[in-house]
Design a protein around this ligand. Structure first.
Ligand SMILES: *Cc1c(COP(=O)(O)O)cnc(C)c1O
Length: 445
């Protein structure tokens, strides 16, 4: 594999050049080296926000179990398995000295088939609960009563809308429609046809825009502006979304414990999350900081043509750059990551809690997609395969080794648990996946 450059903030100029030239890089956040010494605890409001989201999701679980047969076995809980993937590890330049590799399999999440099932469902629940309380639909703690004509009649006077490259639209569209809301999804030109078709099947209105993700979000935001019964879920600026994602970490902590995996400062957890606008990975990073403190470290993974969060991390305070200004196209097979400008909310929340960001090109993403299928039988969409670039970059390049020695003076590599967050793929039509496999298999490292 090609040697990956490493860059720190004091070399911001050279990172910016690497971004413009669409080169693969590993950017190390300067806080990576100081975190274990004096970790700043997340603000109380953020910790409470995650706890509230968990409680809200638990209150809604009996309702979801009724509305979605897929969720009946879990009692309405939206969760994914933790999978040990030693088979793929040996193909990622990882040897036993690199520790163990796991996948957090959000590509299998029920209903929406991606990590957006967590954030999107929670954002819908937050709106639905507010309206239900205002209208006296809830007199006790039994939320299953919201599966009723009376509740649906109330919800149908409200609309929920969202702008998306695809997966958030799917998640919000499906959950909101099933509750009885009138639902509108503004889709960017990167959104795949099958995602639009599926949404329409659930009764959502899909509005297609010629422009990119940012334009789809802006169109949705302004359409909802003057209507008090219109609720816009803003992917660029939503705490309910972010808290919904963050709830995944409590689930993860329980799974690691059940699997007998110890996480502490001598046994670090390193998590690799594909990153688009930043909301989902920021939620993960925040949740990790709350639950594990500095024992867990997080890297975001972005496409070389759309590294918007990296671009924002390097930007001057008060500026909000677009990757188009760096001469990049934003075009990538990773439709879920095709975002030109980062969420400022997500970037601000994630900044103290990520160790770095790495980038990869589409060829590598497709190679990893095929590898994940052929070694472990995982059905991933391209965005979701991106995280597999992490362990080899951080564990097996000079750049990564340098980071390791400085950031983990006590936690040696072989005591480390690497975790790749596979963020989507369950709903990907078999034919689409087969095409991606055909393209990914011949690509050699
Ligand atoms: C949305 C998405 C991401 C990234 O989430 P952001 O909140 O946009 O950063 C990663 N993978 C998949 C499959 C997604 O749909």
């Amino acid at each position: 594999m090609p040697e990956i450059e490493t860059v720190t903030d004091d070399a911001a100029k050279s990172v910016q050049r690497a971004i413009r030239e669409a080169r693969r890089i590993l950017w190390i956040n300067p806080v990576a080296y100081s975190r274990s010494a004096a970790q700043q605890a997340p603000e109380a409001e953020l910790i409470e926000g995650i706890a509230d989201a968990r409680n809200r999701m638990a209150r809604f679980a009996p309702l979801l179990a009724k509305l979605f047969p897929e969720l009946t076995p879990s009692g309405g809980r939206i969760g994914s398995p933790l999978i040990s993937v030693d088979g793929i590890a040996e193909h990622l330049n990882m040897s036993s000295e690199h520790g163990r590799l796991f996948v957090k399999a959000d590509h299998e999440l029920a209903v929406a088939g991606s990590i957006k099932a967590r954030g999107g469902s929670h954002a819908v629940m937050e709106i639905a609960e507010r309206i239900a309380l205002e209208n006296g639909l809830l007199d006790g703690s039994d939320y299953a009563v919201l599966d009723s004509e009376r509740a649906r009649a109330v919800f149908s006077h409200h609309s929920i809308s969202v702008g998306s490259t695809g997966n958030l639209g799917l998640s919000v569209g499906i959950f909101a429609s099933q509750l009885g809301f009138s639902t509108t999804v503004h889709m960017s030109d990167a959104a795949k046809l099958w995602k639009k078709a599926l949404l329409r099947k659930f009764g959502a209105t899909v509005i297609e825009h010629d422009g990119d993700y940012e334009e789809a979000v802006a169109a949705g935001r302004s359409a909802a502006l003057h209507d008090t019964n219109a609720h816009f879920i803003d992917d660029e600026n939503s705490l309910p979304l972010l808290f919904g994602y963050a709830t995944a970490i409590q689930e993860l902590a329980e799974q690691l414990q059940t699997a007998g995996v110890l996480i502490d400062k001598d046994h670090p957890l390193v998590v690799y999350v594909p990153c688009g606008v930043g909301g989902a990975p920021a939620g993960i990073a925040l949740g990790l900081a709350v639950t594990f403190g500095p024992a867990a470290r997080c890297f975001f993974v972005e496409p070389v043509q759309a590294p918007c969060v990296l671009n924002q991390m390097l930007a001057k305070p008060d500026s909000h750059p677009s990757i188009y200004d760096a001469g990049l196209s934003g075009r990538t097979e990773a439709d879920g990551l095709a975002v030109p400008r980062a969420s400022l909310l997500a970037t601000a929340i994630a900044r103290p809690y990520i160790d770095g960001i790495l980038t990869l090109d589409d060829a590598e993403m497709l190679r990893l997609l095929a590898l994940a299928h052929d070694t472990e039988g995982l059905q991933l969409e391209p965005s979701a395969a991106a995280g597999f670039a992490g362990p080899s970059v951080v564990g097996a390049t000079l750049a990564g080794r340098d980071y390791w020695e400085k950031a983990h003076p006590t936690g040696s590599l072989h005591n480390t648990t690497h975790l790749v967050w596979t963020t989507g793929g369950r709903l990907l039509p078999a034919g689409e996946h087969a095409q991606m496999l055909e393209r990914g298999r011949p690509i050699q490292a």
